[in-house]
Design a binder for this molecule. Structure first.
Ligand SMILES: Cc1cc2nc3c(=O)[nH]c(=O)nc-3n(C[C@H](O)[C@H](O)[C@H](O)COP(=O)(O)O)c2cc1C
Length: 161
């Protein structure tokens, strides 16, 4: 089975988590990128409104993978706008999806998980499991911190390897 880790990261935390996941599940990695970087205030506003950010064309063939790990930071209590676009554009038919989130809050981001699951299922996929890491907006997450949390998660999830 082939694993893909696809994510958006503005300040590096979700990227660090994505890299640790990719090592642990032996997956390929693809970073979603905005066409134009956007400022803090606009990021929050557009996320709160549930908008989709304009992203660069996806140069990964999702069809080639069985398990898709999707990562997003939380913005204004919601998924990030670049990930919104990815979820909207992607056909998840037959895919097992694992969602991972980074956020400043320590509370489980239940509504973010639900909204991701709804969109994945709407496009034919199935969310198998979810995971989040609490980050600190002042200090970037280190690979060591990410690895410890991520390895507990990847050990606990059931996916065809
Ligand atoms: C505009 C903006 C809004 C945010 N809103 C929230 C929020 O509502 N809840 C939360 O827990 N964290 C929030 N955060 C914190 C980020 O989710 C957190 O720093 C995350 O790890 C950033 O990931 P990144 O480094 O991959 O971009 C927000 C950050 C930004 C920039």
């Amino acid at each position: 089975m082939k694993n893909l880790v696809v994510y958006y990261s503005r300040s590096g935390n979700t990227e660090t988590v994505a890299q640790e996941i990719s090592k642990l599940v032996d997956g390929d990695v693809f970073k979603i990128e905005l066409v134009k970087p956007i400022g803090f205030g606009w990021v929050g506003f557009t996320a709160l409104a549930g908008l989709r950010g304009k992203i660069k064309p996806l140069t990964v063939n999702i069809k080639a993978y069985d398990n898709i790990f999707i990562g997003s930071p939380v913005w204004a209590g919601k998924s990030s706008t670049p990930v919104n676009t990815f979820l909207h554009e992607t056909d998840f038919t037959g895919k097992n999806v694992f969602a991972f989130i980074t956020q400043a809050d320590f509370k489980t981001p239940g509504s973010v998980y639900e909204s991701i699951a709804k969109r994945v299922e709407g496009n034919g996929g199935k969310v198998i499991d979810t995971f989040f890491i609490k980050t600190d907006m002042k200090n970037p997450l280190t690979p060591e911190q990410a690895k410890e949390a991520v390895s507990k998660w990847t050990d606990s999830i059931h996916y065809d390897k």
